[in-house]
Every structure is written in C-alpha cells, then in structure tokens.
Design a protein around this ligand. Sequence first.
Ligand code: 6PG
Length: 225
Amino acid sequence: MRTSNFARDAAAFIVERARSAISTHGLFRLGLAGGRTPRDVYPEVAQLGAELSWSRVQITFGDERCVPPDHPESNYLMAKLSLLDRIIIPEMNVFRIRGEIDPETAAGEYEEKLAAVAGRFGEARYVHDLLLLGLGADGHTASLFPGSPALNESVRNVTPVLGPKPPMQRITFTFPLINSARHVCFLVNDAAKEPIVNEIIAGRSPLPAASVRPSGGAVTWVLAK
Ligand code: 6PG
C-alpha cells in the first residue's frame, strides 16, 4: 500500500485488523514496532480505534533498547506517549520488555510471558494477529541487524543482541517468533529506503528484513508516497 496519507492509512489498516481479529476470535494480539516511524501512526490508531474493546487487545514489543522505561530511547516510552496513554487498556494486557534489568533475565521472563499465552492457545509459539515492523537503512528489522548471530536463532523467541547503533544493548524478537505471525506489516515512510524495500519485495535481498516470511501469514507494506 502506497499512500500520501501514511499515518492515517497505516492506522486504518491496523484498526481494521483489530476489529477483524476481535470479531473472529475475541482477541487481537498486536506487536508494536519501535523507532521513530510509528510515532505518527500510533496516535491515529488511538483516534480511529477509540471504539475498540482494548481489553481484548494484547500488546507486545518487537524489540526494546536496554534502557529504563522513562528513557528517551525506550520503545515502550514512545508507545506510551503515542498510544498507551491515549487508550483505555488494562496494564496486564501490555507486555513490556523490562529493558532496565539484566538483558538475559529480561529476555527469559518475556519468553515465559509469551509461552504462557501460547500454551493457553495450544500454540508452539505465540501467534501475533498483527506484528508491526520498521525497516532500518541497513535492512535491519526489530533489532535483527546484518551480521548478528541472532539472525540464525532457531529456538528462542526473544534474545538479547548487541546492535551497531546506540543503545547497543537491545532485546529483540527472533525470526521464529516473527514468522509465526498471522500478519506482518512493515511501516516505512522514508523514501531513502525505497531501493531496499523494492529489493526485498522482489525477493532479491540478503538483508535481515527479507527473512520476514511468515509461514502461515501475510506481509503488508505500508509505504509513504
Ligand atoms: C528500533 C526499531 C527498529 C526501527 C528501524 C526503523 O528499536 O529502532 O525496532 O527496527 O523500526 O530502525 O527506525 P525508524 O522508524 O526510526 O526509521
């Protein structure tokens, strides 16, 4: 989807998926992207989704920087200011990655949280109804950067990583978890990333984001015109 109204149309897509999931199976499991791009989208989600039953929405974070939740680099803080503070959602529905504690401990407790829900649904891995992802200029997504050992993780759903840009220490979803989603949506509003997007969509890219291929799901790209 190419749009000249990026934030609004991205939000409309997200809210439509939410309504569909809630009416189909009573729950919408949404994974949030970090970075700067979603900052304009999430307030539109709050506005368009004002009537959503947010108590039937579960929110996870595709990655988190290992900083406290009130740190300017925190993806949780960005989501709190742009979305969570604008909707009425039970705190227990928001699965925050605790970036302020030891990364291995934080990743381990997140695994347990996701596994508890997956177990209730009889899933091998937690299944997102919609997982939002961003795209870095180097082709990374979440915090899966080129050359990272995490690119080859085949067991864990969540793992600590060292990124090339500060904050270096991060925690990220892995491809097994990403590719268990029913639907993945990339949000890209930077024309400089177009060549990478085109290579990925054409299936000609070796970059990390090209490995996002949900086995039982769809991938949607929302791109700014
Ligand atoms: C992060 C994100 C990361 C981001 C891309 C795009 O924690 O930084 O998860 O994957 O989505 O780097 O970032 P921008 O939206 O800021 O361009």
